[in-house]
Ligand binder design. Sequence first.
Ligand SMILES: [Zn+2]
Length: 350
Amino acid sequence: MRADKSFIHNLPKAELHVHLDGSLRPRTMFELATEREVVLPVSTIESLASYMMVPEASSLEGYLKRFELTLLVMQDSDALERIAYELVVDHAAENVRWLELRFCPQLNQKQGLPAEEVLDSVLRGMREAENYVAGRGQEIQSAIILCGLRSHSSSVTSETAELAVAYMRRGVCGFDLAGAEAGHPVLNHRHAIKRAYQAGLPITLHAGEGFGPESIQQAIEFGHTSRIGHGTRLFEDPTLMELVRKLRIPLEVCLTSNLQTGVVHSLAEHPVQQYLKLGIPISLSTDNRLMSAVTLTDEYTRARDAFNMTKKELAAIARTGFEHAFTDTARRLDLLHQFDQHVGDSLFQD
Ligand SMILES: [Zn+2]
């Protein structure tokens, strides 16, 4: 059965991979810049939206450059609270029921905001949004994954891990390594990862996006990772692919972002279909709603169009997102129960 737009929109979804500093509303970025007298390279909201969107088949480095601009307006408490609030509200509007948003707190401290205030501001925005949405009869729950940057020193990523552990019961649900992958191996950050892992925080690592399967291998072997961010280049190593299948390590697949960074040259050649056929768990994510100019509903729609996916296949992907959410068993089961009730047994019987 073909999934129409309303089926995809209404489908309860989990978003496991979205960057706070890549997902501002263009209008908000523009207004924050005006209020803070930050000079932008363009002078209207519309031109800002297209300027921030990276052309397809650019490079990871070109893509990452755009973050320097968003971060200019993400250095104070009010801005962070507003951006987090809007991100949760926007996800709720497309029936995302579980949201894990991620960011690297050191990048929001360029004007001296203490790390705890960075986190508290984002958390305040998230909780306000959850309450607002609940008041309108919708439901969304959200949590934070803190990112260490691969290009930072191991002492900086260890600080991030320490912060993540301190906020474990206050809204942080996981630890990640993000940023430029080539030349910055997981091994450089093993202390940070070990700290988070031993404290009981689940790990997801960007790997197999800006570098090849060796990076994924390291993430599994030394990074205690329970999910992989992207994993696009996994297919280059069939033995590793078999290991990922056996261990049931899910890949957080970001189709549009992969096109923009040039990891794949067309969706038709994206390996996600191969992964699905093998039985590797797959979830879909936007990565960056601003730089990619997409919503999660758009990503599902792109998957449907590029791979001719049925309702059942798209629903299975959505369910995988909930299965691998970084939350406790009770909440995961509750989310899955709600998902199954919405989708109904009939969908899985055809
Ligand atoms: Zn990412």
